[in-house]
Design a protein around this ligand. Structure first.
Ligand SMILES: [Zn+2]
Length: 284
């Protein structure tokens, strides 16, 4: 068994030809993935970048004939976040440290944050389904909504729209996810986003991994606040430190161990850094 490949159970899963697919295999990051992250910075939206990164690192995805960025696009946003957290855990371990500014303008104190990947991973959804029903009340009438959860590609399209028109982005997401809206007589209703009050909250409830909210208290001013933890952003910061550093590490290892560039770039990030530390300890 390859210790660097983890078998993951997706919290929600996806349906392919009626079969519920929920398992994935994931390997740790290598130097080549770090190179991809460094090169894609600023040229891809973060959501596109994480989709491509996962396509590189997944070794198996139930229901997908080939693991492509398009196949990752079909996952729910929560499943994507879970995979990114597992990828982080597999590559760098469970413990995560971050520095955060207190959001109180008169405080602004820097806070050290100590997080565990295992604390952020949500339990699997108890009753996942390809589509869900929700009843909203609008203007005294009851609307029966059939919808599916937002996927990575829905989020990406909405993200692109939000760059020019944030209001239209929310609408675009709903248009893609809502299958039908019926009135009490079972007739299709011509709906707008404003009529589907409560639906985004219901979607978030059904895919709790999609938005990880940290409830924090500033140790300096004692004010409590909430912030969203973005697994992709954290991983990009940690692993996409830049090509100069990466190539310098490859150069040192190649110079002293005589390994080839592809061998070093294909090595797991953690292993490469361990060799590098050993080398730096022994160099005069
Ligand atoms: Zn504070």
């Amino acid at each position: 068994m390859n210790a660097a490949v983890a078998q993951i159970r997706l919290p929600h899963g996806l349906w392919v030809n009626g079969a519920h697919c929920r398992s994935a295999g994931l390997r740790a990051l290598t130097g080549a993935d770090e190179e991809f992250l460094a090169e894609s910075e600023g040229t891809m939206l973060p959501v596109t970048r994480s989709r491509h990164l996962l396509a590189r690192c997944l070794t198996h995805l139930d229901g997908a004939e080939r693991i492509t960025p398009e196949a990752i696009g079909e996952l729910t946003v929560g499943d994507r976040e879970a995979l990114l957290l597992h990828l982080r855990q597999l590559t760098f371990g469970d413990r995560m440290q971050a520095i955060l500014d207190c959001p109180q303008p008169e405080c602004g104190e820097l806070m050290d944050l100590d997080l565990q990947v295992s604390d952020l991973l949500q339990p699997p959804c108890p009753d996942p389904r390809p589509e869900y029903d929700y009843t909203a009340e609008h203007d005294g009438q009851s609307l029966r909504i059939r919808f599916r959860l937002p996927t990575v590609v829905d989020q990406e399209l909405a993200g692109r729209q939000a760059l020019s028109d944030p209001a239209a982005a929310a609408d675009l997401l709903l248009r893609r996810c809502v299958k039908s809206v019926l009135n009490a007589r079972g007739e299709a209703v011509d709906w707008s986003g404003a009529m589907l009050d409560g639906l985004p909250a219901r979607m978030a409830e059904l895919d709790p991994q999609a938005e990880m909210i940290l409830d924090l208290v500033c140790p300096a001013c004692k004010v409590s606040f909430s912030t969203i933890f973005d697994a992709g952003h954290y991983l990009f910061q940690e692993a996409g430190a830049g090509l100069n550093r990466l190539y310098h590490e490859v150069h040192l290892l190649a110079w002293h161990y005589h390994w080839s560039e592809p061998e070093i770039m294909g090595m797991r990030t953690r292993k490469r850094r361990r060799y590098l530390n050993l080398l730096l300890e022994t160099l005069p």
